[in-house]
Ligand binder design. Sequence first.
Ligand SMILES: [Zn+2]
Ligand SMILES: [Zn+2]
Length: 757
Amino acid sequence: MTDEPTALVEVALPVPLFQTFTYALNPESTVIPVAGSRVVVPFRNRREIGVCLGPAQARVTGPKLKRIIEVPDDEPVLSADMIALCSWISEYYVVPVGLALKAALPASLTGASHPQPTRKTHRIVRLREDLPTLTHREKAFARAPQQRALFELLESLGGTSTLEHLLQRLAFSPSVLKALEKRGLIRVEAEEVDRDPFALRPGEAARTHQPTAPQRDAIRRLTAASPGEVFLLHGITGSGKTLVYIELLKEIVDVRGQTGIVLVPEIALTPQTVDRFRAVFGDRIAVLHSALSDGERYDAWRALKRGEKRIAVGARSAIFAPLSNVGAIIVDEEHEASYKQGETPRYHAREVAIVRARAEGSIVVLGSATPSLESWSNAEAGKYTLLTLPERVGGGRLPKVEIVDLRHRATPLADTSTGPGTGYSAVIRDELDRALSHTLQRGEQSILLLNRRGYSAFVQCNDCGDVVVCPNCSITLTHHRAPERLLCHYCAHQEPLRARCARCGGQTLKQRGLGTQQVERLVSDRFPGARIARMDVDTTSGKWAHAEILDRVGGGAVDILLGTQMIAKGLDFPNVTLVGVVDADVGINLPDFRASERCFQLLSQVAGRAGRGPKGGKVIIQTRVPTHHAVSCAVAHDYSTFVREELEGRIKPAYPPNLRLANIVFSGTSDRAASGLAIRGADWIRELLQTQTGGQVAIVGPAPCPIEKVKTRWRWHVLLKSQNPSELTRVGRYFMKRFPVPAALRVTFDRDPVTLL
Ligand SMILES: [Zn+2]
Ligand SMILES: [Zn+2]
């Protein structure tokens, strides 16, 4: 050993610790790491891939100092801008910087090995035979429910899936597969490479129609924008927002030689939008969709970094596209909850887009038919520039929306207390039934939406539609059994169940959402000849399942598309002339302060699916709360009234955008341990707030989360509320760094949560 001073660097590692680490350079290494370089380092008896942040600040010496093992790349993988962006994410969302940096890189660069794009041989399972009606199926699978499940799953995946997916992800047993193969219903074959599903999709020919006057105006103002300017593009469904995006990108990329990023909520749900970008920009676009293998994703990332591709299109993580000279960032359907990452780092891609754009001088376009209340308030406050597209292109009209009032009807809809014995006529009322039947007769298509997010148990009056809410939080109280009571999942307020409605004295009923499968069965019994496709989390676990189902709808192979909120997004099928909402109330009455907003967005979006072609269209909404503003404003296509009433409703008690919120979730495999930790955490924060912040941050809870258990973990939470964002950051960081959490228990901090379920 010599006494020569060792050069030291600071390294961020993807570990859940709020600190960086100091390492010595490896004298044998030929590459000297700089800020943004990947480094392989020893960490707790294992190897980790970290990111070098530059020379170390402190002079550390001694035997504990470890050396970098390897610098795998010749060039840094992250630019100074990207490191700054990740540092902001780390600070604002209260997450270790190493985890924020990891989120900005493709998985193959942060895994234990070096990127090695591999092409696997897949075993593909393919359906050989159609079993068209339910009666055929009942016969064929009378004693084989597992075989039926697999058969129907394949069907919903468009007829094929990989063997690996069926056996590993979906846990079907090989014997079920063999049995189906033996009966000649499926075939298993080898397929050589991972296909890029988009490569096979024909790019939709650019539409020939001229921009409307509002479109021209929007394009003009966007191309004249100053760097860092944020626009809210409020355009009704069918008003041609995509054309505006495309014209802006033509200017940015073709004329100015800059680059662009387009964020869409989920690539698989928006194949038509993506196709239009591909048709115009061809191979200058990198589509970062979820069906890419790690290797393909890395290739796309590298092509963007080298400037070979000029436009990145993708879901939220595409905000980290390694483009330089970014001229515009477009966030389509900016109100969508999927822009918020559900795991650490819990960033919101829309907010990250705005921070990135300000730092790099790009303009931002937030597009939506139903803007989030946050973005709308920012536009009203003058922080964002508002652009409006008030009419449909081609002179199309918004569809007529009708209400079917479910109150006072004899048969309660989906009353769990009476068991699942609800018949078709209780679920699909006469008006909707007639419309479905006429649509089928005309050879046109229908969409049936089940507004359901997998959770709901509330008590609603059968006469007036009233639902009991918490006096402190204005949140729907959740019905619990054993002991039977109503509970607030924000502040833990409890009250007994009443037999009669407090408002009108009417009889109350306990409600739970219906399952999509249940509705599918009822509808197919009623219309045995109809070709029905179901789209929900069960039928779309395959990487490319959504697009396959949607292609079948587009190709006319489906008469009735039935599904959850995932069918409401940017679909454009001219032959869909009827949209039916089976039960709007389930969404409205979720115990979440955004329930009304989500419901209004969903109803407006799904209504926008009808009447996209010359045949026009009709929407029927079944509800017990026809006068609720989420329903009445969706019926009238009236965003401005909705947003005004909803904003007023969030003043007292205050919710975003009238204040800032953070949701701290405590979880563990035992309910007692999770609640104990939540109580200690809440006490800890209360003490901190008393001594430190002068009342700028308030705390609510602890209470069990509305969804009390997720994957074997019990969940409790507390809410932090503040008008002062930096105080919220300070309290959050102080808590997350210092509050002791025993092993096996977990605490997560969710800043600006999009859901509190
Ligand atoms: Zn009542
Ligand atoms: Zn409450």
